[in-house]
Design a protein around this ligand. Structure first.
Ligand code: MG
Ligand code: MG
Length: 262
């Protein structure tokens, strides 16, 4: 049964979600060819702890890191380490924060140096999928309305929608009911009620939808080796229009300042 949060509780999710956005903006300052993913992770953890919060992922399900950084054909759940980002890479950076008893969850896919035009389009369309999904996230709709909107837009561009990983409720736990798939049929799935808070997170593959998990037990990769993109917002369900609690604006400010594309 999906949890509905009070206005006070939704404010706490917003504070955690905004700290995620600020943390991803710190990452944005460091995105460049040669950046080491383990260093980005260390920086993010320090930033979150300096703000009196806890990394949301670290320790959860045995997750060893603050960030999950998934490069190119890695879809999600890539583990930071000694890997250096290279010119032309795309890197999805997923981050969660736990503060005042409530989680926030957001992800952004960064361009490293000069990225191929077809990969830029994948990123743009995946962000559009997120926006279209959020448009459907209103009281009275169902999760299938979100999934349909995301899937329809991705597939219209010939892209594959990952089935194995889904969005989710967010609150006192990082993963609450309901599941929010990125595919589906209109009018199907869990009904959305005002006060529910969910993470919408399209994972869109340039090629086929099929994915595999690497032997590290974490990293999910595309089976065809083509790139994948991932954008995520935490949103509150309202009547008429969802309220986006996380934000990319801190990230975009940094990218703008650095003259980087977004
Ligand atoms: Mg996430
Ligand atoms: Mg999530």
């Amino acid at each position: 049964m999906a949890v509905r949060l009070s206005e006070e509780e939704i404010e706490l999710v917003r504070e955690s979600s905004l700290l995620v956005g600020k943390t991803l903006a710190e990452v944005a300052r460091m995105i460049a060819p040669g950046a080491v993913t383990g260093k980005l992770d260390q920086l993010a953890e320090e930033f979150i702890r300096d703000h009196g919060a806890l990394p949301g992922f670290k320790g959860l399900y045995g997750c060893p890191s603050t960030l999950l950084i998934s490069v190119n054909s890695e879809v999600v759940h890539g583990l930071p380490g000694e890997r250096e980002l290279k010119d032309g890479d795309v890197a999805s950076v997923d981050c969660g924060v736990l503060m005042n008893g409530f989680y926030g969850d957001s992800a952004y896919t960064f361009q490293v140096g000069t990225v191929a035009a077809e990969t830029k389009q994948l990123l743009r369309v995946t962000q559009e999928c997120l926006r279209l999904g959020i448009e459907q996230a209103v009281a009275g709709h169902r999760t299938g309305d979100i999934g349909y909107a995301v899937q329809h837009h991705a597939e219209a561009h010939g892209y594959g929608i990952v089935r194995e990983l889904v969005g989710h409720g967010v609150g006192r736990k990082l993963h609450e009911a309901p599941e929010v798939p990125n595919y589906g049929r209109r009018g199907n799935g869990a009904r959305l009620h005002a006060g529910m808070v969910i993470a919408i997170e399209p994972m869109v593959n340039m090629g086929g939808k099929d994915v595999s998990q690497l032997e590290d037990g974490w990293t999910v990769v595309t089976q065809d080796g083509k790139p994948s993109a991932h954008f995520e917002h935490t949103v509150a369900i309202r009547a008429g229009q969802a309220e986006v609690l996380s934000t990319f604006s801190y990230i975009e400010d940094v990218l703008k300042e650095r003259g980087m594309p977004f």
